[in-house]
Ligand binder design. Structure first.
Ligand code: MOS
Length: 723
């Protein structure tokens, strides 16, 4: 259905199963190892050969010679593919051709593929391929590239007279923040198994958006999309890193076709860092001006990020600033510069994650100048509607102020001393910080099918994926509640492009979009079952595996007979235009800064969020905490370190790319406020997955300043920058 009007009562409003903190339905399979990830289909795809890529050792230039004789002669080797013998491939759009020429566009790009009988043989032989290059100078420095950055795509967003209002503001800050390149650092590497049956290709491949990937692979291999099937039943994390198609999918497919045998190919951790995607670094200039009461008069947010030539993605780090705070004079723009580093792409909360690291600290700086409490500063500048469009476009729901107030109370904000360096605990200077969270709410098209069998079991099918977020669980909850069935009567099948086209996992749109398609299918199934009994579905009540109505009670199992199935779809409607839609929250952090070493330790952290109805408070909380952990990493440790001479990220494994470990996270909690958004979808929910990271790092950086009085504007805030 297309949704254009606020949603009235639905069968989910009873919240017997939906909105309950049920355990993950796929938990036992994951814990016991029965959940199969893309590289692990040993029985389903017997006899697969093993691939290993050889990554480019330069960032820019060309291959002048390749000697693969030693690799070809090595034990077990079946083939070596290079640009000299790789098949022609399509280009354009998001096609991901591999080994198409001698040109090197970025470090880590595949320059050869070795296929052998075993993984060890392939890896050994890959090391025997000799490649000679001719280097060219590349562009690896964002600050330098910024000068040639393009004007903003889609223009700049202006309102009022920003320059005049900023110049006339009684209190103002004009500060630049930089955020580094970051790695998705998901557990499961990119991995694919390819098998051809005639001209049909099946790929067991970790893809967050498998239907999009089918289109890109079809364009690359110049074949019809209908001949490609992607199976992606379990995905060991993605965070955006598995949105696009990379060498594992394309090269396993090409090699399998050439060999007439299935080929499996996983990227090594080192290959992932430079060969796939990352969150690009940003340089952000914030110009904020306010009056003596703290009311913002002018908001200016300029961001620049880089990407390879020809890549459309840019980090929209200034974008959320269009919606977060009121101010009559505004200037907001994102620009893109050309860099010859690995491809930049979406990483968890693209835009907000980097943007709020800057905006929320700059606002803290302004609050301090104006002598306003940082929580009050945010409350004062709340807005009930889209600041650019005015009252004509209200928020569908917005509990930013409630989140700030609730967090302030629970966290003990009144104990914060506004003057840095005055709170001591042994060798630690202690401080508290706050930051707002916002993440835009997206819904996208989705389809689903439900089938009720004669045993009263319901099967839900959509090509939606579960990247560890809980899709299997929440879709089972939606279907069970909609049909009045117990949760264990529902089986959910996901991650197969033969199933009705799901929305995939990305942008925090998955639960809402896929869930609404499942809901819509269940509503259609209810109609069919009611009709079978000669009833109008509005007169029928579905509960306890029965349909009650017209003075009768009938078991769904009997009504189903040989089985009944129905399809449903989610079609985004006018609601997303007439209402600004976003999830909100507030982060509170307390840190200690060691007085002798500058070492920073997180002591406590609390996130308070509002994201509409939670389909499952347990999986939602896990998402929120996971996001906050990402924020801790962004504030304190995560950075791809760019070698500006050779054009690569030099820390390219999890020993050198630091993410927070348990010892870094002593006391971290997330709570959600009650909220139901009837202008979102019939589920009345909003996006949850990426909300937790939005603003989390800024709260920590603000706490560091409150502890020790040092304002670091270059992330991550490591101890060398504090001394
Ligand atoms: Mo997300 S960065 O859309 O997985």
């Amino acid at each position: 259905m297309r949704y254009d009007k606020p949603i009235s009562m639905t069968p989910l409003d009873a919240r017997r199963i939906v909105a309950q903190p049920v355990d993950r339905v796929d938990g036992p399979a994951k814990l016991s190892g029965a959940a199969t990830y893309s590289y692990e289909y040993h029985e389903e795809v017997p006899g697969a050969a093993y691939g290993m890529i050889v990554p480019a050792a330069i960032a820019k230039g060309r291959i002048v010679a390749i000697d693969s004789a030693a690799a070809e002669a090595a034990e077990g080797v079946l083939m070596v593919m290079t640009h000299r013998n790789a098949p022609r491939q399509g280009s354009g759009g998001d096609a991901a051709p591999q080994l198409v020429g001698s040109e090197i566009a970025h470090h880590g790009q595949a320059v050869a593929l070795v296929v052998a009988e075993t993984f060890e043989q392939a890896r050994h032989a890959a090391g025997l391929v000799r490649v000679d290059y001719e280097r060219e100078p590349g562009r690896f420095d964002l600050a330098e590239a910024e000068r040639q950055a393009r004007p903003p795509r889609g223009g700049e967003h202006r309102m009022g007279d920003f320059e005049a209002a900023f110049a006339a503001s009684p209190f103002a800050v004009d500060v630049s923040y930089t955020t580094p390149d970051q790695a998705h650092a998901m557990m499961e590497p990119h991995a694919s198994i390819a098998r051809w049956d005639g001209d049909r290709l099946t790929l067991w491949s970790a893809q967050q958006l498998p239907d999009w990937s089918v289109g890109d692979i079809a364009a690359t291999l110049a074949m019809p999309s209908e001949h490609i099937r992607i199976i992606s039943r379990f995905i060991g994390g993605g965070f955006g890193g598995k949105i696009s198609v990379y060498a594992d999918a394309i090269l396993s497919a090409l090699a399998a076709r050439a060999l007439g045998r299935p080929v499996k190919l996983a990227l090594t951790r080192q290959q992932i860092f430079n060969g796939t995607s990352h969150r690009p670094a940003t340089i952000q200039r914030l110009r904020l001006g306010c009056d003596a009461e703290g009311r913002l008069l002018a908001i200016g947010h300029d961001s620049v990020s880089g990407n390879l030539p020809g890549r459309s993605f840019e980090e929209g780090a200034a974008s959320q600033t269009r919606l977060l705070y009121a101010a009559p004079n505004r200037l907001i723009r994102n620009r893109k510069a050309v860099l010859d580093l690995a491809p930049a792409a979406s990483m968890r909360a693209p835009g907000e994650a980097a943007g709020l690291l800057a905006l929320e600290c700059a606002l803290d700086e302004l609050a301090e100048k104006a002598g306003i409490d940082p929580v009050e500063m945010r409350v004062i500048n709340d807005t009930p509607h889209d600041p650019e469009r005015g009252p004509a476009r209200p928020f569908s729901s917005r509990k930013l102020v409630e989140a700030l107030r609730e967090g302030q109370r629970r966290f003990g904000w009144e104990r914060r001393d506004p003057v840095p360096c005055r709170v001591r605990d042994g060798r630690w200077l202690v401080g508290m910080g706050v930051a707002s969270a916002i993440r835009e709410n997206y819904v996208v098209e989705a389809k689903a099918r439900v089938r009720l069998d004669g045993q009263g079991r319901l099967t839900v099918e959509t090509s939606m994926t579960d990247i560890g977020t809980g899709s299997y669980t929440i879709l089972a909850q939606v279907a069970a509640e909609a049909m009045g069935l117990p949760l264990d009567a529902v089986t959910v099948r996901l991650g197969d492009t033969r199933l009705p086209r799901g929305p995939g996992s990305g942008g925090s749109w998955g639960a809402n979009s896929a869930g609404t398609a499942v809901y819509d299918a269940c509503m259609a199934l209810r109609d069919m079952l009611a009709q079978k009994a000669g009833l109008n579905s509005t007169d029928a009540r579905f509960e306890g595996g029965m349909m009650h109505g017209g003075g009768r009670s009938l078991a769904l199992a009997e009504l189903a007979g040989e089985g009944v199935s129905a399809e449903g779809e989610m079609l985004p409607g006018g609601l997303t235009q007439s209402y600004a839609q976003a999830s909100f929250g507030a982060h509170f952090a307390e840190v200690g800064v060691a007085i002798d070493s500058g070492e920073v330790r997180l002591r406590r952290m609390l996130g308070v969020f509002a994201a509409g109805r939670l389909l499952n408070p347990k999986t939602a909380r896990s998402q929120a905490i996971g996001g906050m952990v990402f924020g801790v990493g962004a504030a304190l440790m995560e950075a791809n370190v760019v070698d500006r001479r050779h054009g690569l990220f030099i820390n390219h494994d999890l020993a050198e790319y630091h993410v927070p470990a348990h010892a870094d996270l002593p006391d971290i909690d997330a709570i959600f406020l009650d909220e139901e958004d009837d202008k979102s979808t019939p589920l009345k929910t909003k996006g949850v997955g990426e909300l937790g990271i939005c603003g989390a790092g800024a709260a920590i950086a603000n706490a560091i300043h409150n502890a020790c009085g040092v304002r670091v504007r270059d992330y991550p805030v490591t101890l060398d920058k504090l001394l």
